[in-house]
Ligand binder design. Structure first.
Ligand SMILES: Nc1ncnc2c1ncn2[C@@H]1O[C@H](COP(=O)(O)OP(=O)(O)OP(=O)(O)O)[C@@H](O)[C@H]1O
Ligand SMILES: [Mg+2]
Length: 315
């Protein structure tokens, strides 16, 4: 499909919140997305897995219009992202209309990008007051509520530099939630954190998922994926190789490419586990009969590294 093909009629009710159809994207002739199809139902959590360079970040950036797509369609809550369809021909929306679409999508990156010269509360209040015209009083009380929700109720006056990485990432989540997004996109939100800070961020994300937020999460945290994801999507080379419930894709992957990726992840996690005592995928049995270089010690206790035991600290 190209961006000039006709668009089927789209009925919002009962449809997925996110529907991507045959999305393609190239950078200078490098075809990064080769026809991605993905549907995410309302309230669902989808974890995107895949090796470096497989196009995960690019796909998230296409969903929220930080990149324009070359072909295909992406709808969020029934709105065709970035374009208006006039009689089968797509016309690019104005920057203002695109900005309005983007307002409904929250994004959390590996780097938190908080304003360093603003307090935690000012960071959380910034977008609602500046972009949505919410009154300062309203934004403040909502901001304080959100800080409590992410376990930072006694940090409103702190500056980002005074917080740990995990705390900063939780501020970034609160900041995104302050815009009341329909959809949250997370791009490796814990991969820049020290291992001991990962759990507190995953715990906040898990609570968000349980509250019914629709989420697409790029992460290597397999414990989180197994516990929280409704669906796991494995991407490689710009295509979706395999998708399904976490226990199928992570424990019983069907495709060799998925098995190879999980084996590599498992080895990395074993190394990490040896260094930190944090066990994750290394203890999840992988039904991979071709796997001859990984042994799992069945006597080891299973701790899937999920956020279960990790409660966000209140300070
Ligand atoms: N703005 C850009 N200009 C040129 N090439 C880009 C750009 N953004 C991404 N790419 C290329 O697109 C490919 C996919 O990148 P992307 O960041 O989407 O991968 P990823 O799956 O998120 O990888 P990682 O796990 O390392 O974050 C890579 O080859 C990358 O170099
Ligand atoms: Mg990426």
């Amino acid at each position: 499909m190209t961006t000039t093909a006709s668009t089927p009629a789209y009925d919002k009710s009962g449809e997925p919140l996110v529907r991507a159809v045959n999305v393609t994207k190239a950078f200078h002739g490098n075809q990064v997305l080769k026809g991605i199809d993905l549907s995410v139902n309302r309230g669902q959590v989808v974890v995107l897995l895949g090796p470096s360079g497989s196009g995960k970040t690019t796909f998230l950036r296409c969903i929220n219009q930080l990149e324009t797509i070359d072909g295909g369609r992406i709808w969020v809550d029934g709105d065709l992202m970035g374009y208006v369809d006039k009689g089968g021909t797509l016309h690019r929306l104005t920057d203002k209309a695109i900005a309005a679409q983007r307002r409904d999508i929250g994004m959390c990156f590996q780097r938190f990008n908080l304003f360093p010269h603003k307090t935690v509360l000012q960071n959380v209040m910034e977008a609602p007051t500046q972009v949505k015209g919410v009154s300062k009083d309203q934004a403040r009380s909502r901001g304080l509520e959100l800080l409590e929700r992410v376990g930072l109720k006694d940090k409103p006056a702190a500056y980002p530099a005074q917080l740990s990485g995990g705390q900063q990432q939780r501020v970034a989540i609160a900041r995104a939630l302050a815009m009341d997004p329909k959809l949250m996109l997370f791009d490796e939100p814990t991969s820049a954190l020290d291992p001991e800070l990962v759990g507190e961020v995953l715990a906040v994300m898990k609570e968000l998922a349980q509250s019914g937020m629709t989420m697409i999460v790029v992460t290597h945290e397999m414990g989180f994926a197994r516990e929280v994801a409704d669906e796991v999507v494995f991407m490689d080379g710009g295509v979706v190789v395999e998708q399904g419930p976490p226990d199928e894709v992570i424990v019983n992957p069907k495709q060799q490419r998925t098995k190879n990726f999980l084996r590599r992840m498992r080895q990395e996690e074993e190394q990490l586990a040896a260094a930190t005592g944090h066990l994750a995928l290394a203890d999840i049995p992988l039904d991979d009969t071709t796997d001859d270089d990984v042994t799992v010690d069945p006597t080891r206790a299973i701790d899937d590294g999920g956020p279960d035991g990790a409660v966000p600290p209140t300070s």
